[in-house]
Design a protein around this ligand. Structure first.
Ligand SMILES: Cc1cc2nc3c(=O)[nH]c(=O)nc-3n(C[C@H](O)[C@H](O)[C@H](O)COP(=O)(O)O)c2cc1C
Length: 248
């Protein structure tokens, strides 16, 4: 097994046997340091590791336990290039708005640089995992039929817990990963690129590769700013973290 600069982390050439023990990373450590790692190496990732990550992803809940997920593992360069084209098109709109909003904000600029790196290198990313949802009798969702709010939230809510599991598992084994949706801006095009029937809806993509960047702590708003008690707007812990410290 080759290792990267810190020589304790797995990297290109690592097998599932090399990384399996890393999946025991303490939960809090994984959650505190799981951030979008968009810059990854082009080296292949062992299929067995990819399958193991998806297997762990599937420990997540789904509405009515429908398990209506399908995961398309994209490794073919031509398919990746077609998705890259769509990503670039979406970014032409979102990126220019983002650059304007980010003016003077170095952190935001760095994030936009990382997104642009990902778009430019999209076809070199070794694995794209496209997380999809299948319409089943239990999913309460019919293609092209307007559905009540609860059906829509339950349908899309049946993929994201698994995607978060996937991100956490990738983090534990030092595989760079992020959650992206922009390449899927046209569902018709995404279905055509991936050969999906109308009963399968792509939700998001998790590009995976051995991390060039480092995992590390994320920055989030203080918990007290987003927690309301009993009624919206009643925020007794505003500006505080869970220990009661004032964070702003
Ligand atoms: C629904 C959703 C869609 C996203 N789409 C994209 C995307 O298309 N491209 C991208 O680079 N990041 C995308 N992201 C990632 C967010 O930009 C990222 O989670 C956020 O900037 C926080 O990053 P951090 O966890 O590294 O702090 C998406 C995240 C979510 C939850």
């Amino acid at each position: 097994m080759e290792t990267n600069a810190t020589d304790t982390l797995p990297g290109p050439g690592s097998t599932l046997a090399d990384v399996e023990h890393l999946l025991a990373m303490p939960l809090q450590q994984a959650m505190m340091t799981q951030r979008a790692v968009r810059r990854v190496l082009p080296d292949p990732v062992d299929d067995a590791i990819v399958l193991r990550l998806i297997e762990l992803a599937m420990k997540a809940p789904t509405g009515s336990n429908s398990q209506s997920w399908e995961f398309i593992v994209v490794k073919d360069r031509e398919v990746k290039e077609r998705l890259q084209k769509r990503y670039r098109q979406a970014w032409a709109v979102y990126g220019s708005v983002g650059r304007r909003i980010a003016a003077g904000d170095a952190k935001m600029q760095r994030m936009l640089d990382a997104v642009e790196w990902q778009i430019d290198n999209f076809a070199d990313i070794p694995v794209l995992i496209v997380a999809c949802l299948r319409t089943t009798p239990r999913s309460g969702h019919l293609p092209y039929v307007p559905m009540p709010h609860v059906a829509t939230t339950s349908f899309y809510g049946s993929i994201y817990p698994s995607v978060q599991n996937l991100l956490l598992a990738a983090r534990a084994v030092n595989l760079g990963a992020s959650l992206i949706t922009l390449p899927l801006w046209s569902v018709t095009s995404a279905r055509s690129i991936l050969g999906l029937p109308v009963t399968v809806t792509p939700a998001c993509i998790v590009p995976i590769g051995w991390a060039r960047g480092k995992y590390g702590p994320t920055t989030r708003r203080p918990v007290g700013d987003v927690v309301h008690v009993d009624q919206y707007g009643n925020r007794p812990w505003r500006g505080q973290d869970a220990s009661g410290s004032v964070t702003v």
